[in-house]
Design a protein around this ligand. Structure first.
Ligand code: LCS
Length: 395
């Protein structure tokens, strides 16, 4: 379907769906079916041969999932998108489709713990090696690219340290070398950052997070150029099979409608909570890209429309101080994941990044007193008061 709307707030509600094509149903229908019937054997043959458009089997495509994919492609300004059963299914489908044995991947210094695990698995099984780079200068990136480097993989903001990578800089160097840049856009959502517009080639989401927004789905999204999407669809998505369920796609379509409204509130609340944390004597370091003292503040202003809803900070004290602080919280829930209506806190060193060995964790800046907060949609004063009472108890 042609792209119909230019403004993001309208696209999240209407793109990829026209009710007249679906019996005038306002909400996109849920095609909860595993397979599709052919009117005769010849039609089945034609569909399998790719000579006739139409659905075959829900691992290969499903109408509810197609609406989601079209909408996500439009939101990221991509030519196409693919939906997966988890963010990790999306990450693995992309990385396995772009690499073969003995290739090399250049990564940002810091990736989600399970992405780190996948990179190690690929190295162990197929000798697909990787290096991490802080990517702070063009020279540093150029020097880290090897003859066998086939792609650059970047998280920005990086989970959980909130460091940013200059995407235009990475994309321009990758173009010189003729290799694609993959960006994990989970922390920003397309509302705050559009890596494809900055010259990057593929974006990935853990759609479990802001895309869903309600903490009730595990899902992933990939978007980019049509040829890349077709390649992934027909190889690692089809044959490894980590597809999304129609019901989860339906829930994501529902959640997406409020993405801009939710993100505005997440950002507004986070800005106030970050300002509050900065003033607290018990807080050692604040990692929030919206803080003008943050070294990445200019990069944030250049490539993100707002700094997002996540904050990391370290407490003065030890791991025990951090854990005691978490245990004193009442409103804020101790949980991994992010981007939900509820404010969530987690301890990366023992939770999301526990699989990363201590030496690598140190390089990534994940210390024992680092905490990550996903600021929710509650009244910000209630979030502040909860943090304040817990800080008072541990100091
Ligand atoms: N990429 C990023 C940046 C993530 O934060 C996550 C999950 C994934 C990929 C994987 O997505 P999933 O398969 O879980 O949908 N991040 C989590 C986190 O920070 N806490 O819990 C999960």
């Amino acid at each position: 379907m042609a792209k119909n709307y230019d403004r993001f707030e309208t696209k999240v509600i209407h793109e990829g769906y026209n009710s007249v094509d679906y019996q005038d149903s306002l909400a996109p229908p849920l095609y909860q079916t595993s397979t599709f019937t052919f009117k005769d054997a010849q039609q089945g043959e034609r569909r399998f041969a790719g000579e006739e458009a139409g659905y075959i089997y829900s691992r290969l495509g499903n109408p509810t999932v197609s609406i989601l994919e079209e909408r996500m492609a439009a939101l990221e300004n991509g030519e196409g998108a693919l939906a997966f059963g988890s963010g990790m299914a999306a990450v693995s489908a992309v990385l396995l489709s772009l690499t073969k044995a003995n290739d090399h991947i250049l990564c940002s210094q810091g990736v989600y713990g399970c992405t780190f695990g996948l990179l190690n698995l690929m190295e162990e099984k197929y000798n697909i090696t990787h290096d991490f780079s802080a990517m702070e200068s063009a020279e540093e990136i150029r020097n880290s690219i090897k003859p066998e480097t086939v792609c650059i993989y970047v998280e920005t903001p990086i989970n959980p340290t909130m460091k940013l990578i200059d995407l235009e800089m990475v994309a321009s160097i990758a173009k010189e070398k003729g290799i694609p840049v993959i960006v994990d856009n989970t922390f920003s959502s397309p509302y705050l950052q559009k890596p494809l517009d900055l010259g990057c080639d593929i974006i990935i989401h853990s759609a479990t997070k802001y895309i869903c927004g309600h903490g009730d789905v595990i899902a992933g999204i990939v978007a980019g150029k049509k040829d890349l999407m077709d390649h992934i669809r027909m190889t690692t998505q089809k044959d490894i099979g980590g597809v999304i369920s129609p019901f989860d796609a339906w829930l994501l379509l529902r959640g997406l409608k409020t993405l801009p409204v939710r993100m505005d509130r997440h950002c507004e609340n986070a800005e106030k909570i970050a300002a509050f944390l900065k003033e607290q004597p018990g807080v050692d370091k604040l990692y929030y890209p919206g803080d003008p003292d943050n070294p990445n503040y200019e990069t944030m202003k250049k490539q993100m429309s707002k700094p997002g809803g996540l904050i990391a900070f370290t407490l003065k004290g030890t791991k025990e101080t951090a854990q005691r602080f978490m245990n004193e919280l009442k409103l804020i829930k101790i949980a991994v994941s992010l981007g939900d209506a509820e404010t969530l806190i987690q301890h990366p060193a023992t939770m999301t990044h526990a699989v990363v060995p201590e030496a690598s964790r140190e390089k990534m800046g994940i210390t024992d007193t680092l905490l990550r907060v996903s600021v929710g949609l509650e009244a910000w004063e209630d979030i502040r008061d909860d943090i304040m009472q817990a800080l008072n108890k541990v100091q």
